[in-house]
Design a protein. Structure first.
Lengths: 377, 258
């Protein structure tokens, strides 16, 4: 396969097709609609299932039904649509079904806008739906990585009977860059022993998320947790850049991580001992590596396109050993590398936020940036 | 005198029902509905290829009583879940079993769009004009003036609107092939209900699209009547609001029946 110029949403869709996707159910929402549109011709052309549902609520419940058959199945949406899917996701988690969902995150809350954002971190990483369950969450920072993680998502979903969410953002979904698609995998022929496909010459099977006796639900919750601990041990993924002798650790994922890379590279060129740690699996979160980095560095800078949702997780594992600074852009705004470089230089010069919550001083700096850029235009 | 054994088994549990004791209240017609559905599945010899979708409501545990593969949907979402199954496995027989709160209130979008798409599904809709499982609240099919725990002074149509007639509503959808209402209040009507259920499954077997059978059903416990009084309440109070009838039967469906 050769590298070709691909748009993120379409690259994700085609990667899913090549991973052996049997059925896609979705609903149009910007900035992920090209993904659905690609499926609308590609899936029927291959004799597979595509259906545009009447809502995201219906789409995720169609996915729920199709997943009960053991088929490889997915949906995709963007933030407000994913909010509507939370009910279905909780049921899917409670029924322990493999499902892949792509969330091309946009600015919020509410209707917000259609610009790139990371405001869904809490909704996706820390659950969203009701009850105790865990999603595997993968955050690509390029079109190529979005392709690779989408293929991986199906394998992980089936391996752990888990929901896997590829959390991209409007930038990853909309941009075009050279990438290589995987070879076409055949549709699987063998379906799992739990799948509901008609009780031919066997006892009937039931798939449900009901455990009426709290004793049984407790055991189920425990099973989900223990399975999750295996996921944590085996599937934690991250990328490290310039971490040798790094005193300042920049942490960012997805588009924010990619922009931070440019800033870190520029800072290194100026001789500042800074490195980038980019979580690829936001859940499981690479907590142990962050604990180790907290021992070997003197400061952290978390960069996000939200008000600091991952910041809280990082602070938990840094556990007060070193200062954790924060820089974010909000509501669909994307930081420039220069903004992050300025933050790195500030920290490098020993100018730390004086309080335990780095957001208090970040707000003041962000206002200056906003006002400054306002004057410039 | 020589004795010959002339005993003949004339009635037994259908193979498509398990031996599980149901949780339904005495006098509730869910059990009757289950039985006639199971008889139809047996008679059509489709048990091994049938997948049921259970709702949220009193019949939430239907999957324990039917002896075929079953899944349990979120409240109102059974038609969407059934769509997902049927699209992946088009040669299986997929049916939903839903109550009035599930189908006509929270799941209104899912049922109407499944009908609009002409989704090749069979829907059994149990209308007992009340929320049974949560203890007798007003349903979208509660009658004007009907006392429930959430309309204690009687359903005030000025405040809470009017009962929804689903069989009629769905008959207006181009995608629907078969939409009828039957009642379970006496043996004659039970026989007619079974015949309609058979047709609704045949519609799917013949890939003719969306079929729904609305069944007027009793809820003695939450209505506050004896089982016999409850059957009379269907007859004298529900039938005038929800008339029995074939609201839509496309020609191809009539051809199956003949």
């Amino acid at each position: 396969m050769a590298r070709e110029l691909l748009k993120g949403n379409i690259a994700i869709a085609e990667a899913a097709v090549r991973a052996g996707l049997e059925a896609y159910f979705g609903y149009p929402i910007t900035p992920q609609t090209e993904l659905l549109e690609w499926m609308s011709h590609r899936m029927p052309e291959l004799g597979r299932v595509f259906l545009q549902a009447e809502s995201e609520v219906a789409a995720i419940n169609m996915v729920y039904g199709a997943a009960c058959t053991g088929a490889r199945v997915m949906s995709s949406s963007s933030s407000p649509g994913v909010s509507l899917m939370m009910e279905g996701l909780s049921y899917i988690a409670g029924t322990e079904l493999p499902v892949v969902l792509v969330d091309v995150v946009r600015g919020g809350p509410g209707l917000g806008n259609i610009a790139p954002s990371q405001g869904d971190y809490n909704q996706i990483v820390h659950g969203g739906g009701h009850g105790d369950y865990f999603n595997i969450v993968l955050a690509p920072s390029s079109v190529q990585e979005a392709i690779d993680l989408t293929v991986l998502a199906f394998d992980l979903a089936e391996k752990y009977r888990s929901i896997v969410i590829v959390m991209a953002d409007g930038n990853i979904g909309q941009m075009m860059e050279p990438a290589e698609l995987p070879p076409m995998r055949p549709i699987k022929k063998v379906y799992p022993e739990w799948s509901v496909r008609g009780a031919v010459s066997r006892d009937k099977r039931i798939l449900s998320s009901i455990y009426m006796n709290p004793e049984d639900e407790e055991i189920t919750n425990l099973r989900l947790l223990e399975r999750w601990q295996v996921v944590q041990r085996n599937e934690t993924m991250f990328k490290e850049y310039f971490l040798d002798n790094a005193e300042i650790i920049v942490l960012g994922y997805g588009t924010a991580g990619r922009i931070a890379y440019s800033a870190v590279r520029a800072a290194r060129a100026e001789g500042i001992p800074v490195g980038l740690f980019r979580p690829v699996s936001l859940s499981p979160f690479p907590s142990e590596v962050i604990e180790d980095l907290a021992d070997s560095s003197s400061a952290f800078l978390v960069v996000e396109m939200n008000t600091g949702q991952m910041l809280n997780d990082v602070k938990m594992f840094v556990n007060g050993k070193v200062p954790v600074e924060f820089y974010g852009r909000l509501g669909g705004m994307v930081p420039f590398p220069e903004e992050i470089l300025a933050e790195i230089k500030r920290i490098s010069s020993g100018n730390f936020s004086p309080v335990s919550d780095p957001r208090i001083t970040w707000i003041e700096r962000l206002k200056e940036t906003i006002n400054g850029s306002g004057e410039a235009t | 005198m020589e004795r010959t054994n002339t005993a003949q088994k004339v009635y037994s549990r259908p193979e498509s029902l398990t031996g599980a004791t149901t949780h339904y209240c005495p006098g509730c017609t869910h059990g009757v509905a289950h039985r006639i559905i199971a008889e139809v599945i047996d008679e059509m010899n489709i048990r091994e290829k049938t997948i049921g979708v259970a709702p949220v409501g009193c019949s939430v545990f239907a999957y324990n009583y039917f002896n075929c593969d079953f899944v349990e949907a979120a409240h109102g979402r059974a038609p969407a879940m059934a769509t997902g199954i049927k699209r992946v496995l088009p040669d299986r027989i997929v049916f939903t079993y839903q109550g009035d709160g599930d189908l006509a209130s929270i799941g209104m979008a899912e049922i109407m769009h499944a009908a609009a798409r002409g989704e090749n599904l069979t829907v059994i809709f149990i209308n007992n004009a009340i929320y049974g499982m949560t203890g007798g609240q007003m349903a979208p099919t509660s009658l004007p003036g009907q006392c429930t725990t959430s309309s204690p002074g009687g359903r005030d149509v000025e405040q809470t609107g009017y009962p929804i007639r689903m069989a009629e509503l769905i008959s207006g959808m181009d995608g629907a092939s078969y939409s009828v209402r039957r009642s379970l209040h006496d043996p004659n009507n039970i026989r007619k209900s079974k015949k309609a259920i058979r047709t609704a499954f045949e519609v799917q077997k013949h890939e003719l699209g969306f079929a729904i059978v609305e069944l007027l059903s009793s809820c003695p416990t939450n209505w506050g009547y004896s089982p016999a009084e409850a059957l009379d309440w269907i007859k004298y109070h529900m039938l005038p609001v929800f008339p029995i009838g074939d609201y839509k039967t496309i020609d191809e469906v009539n051809n199956i029946k003949s």
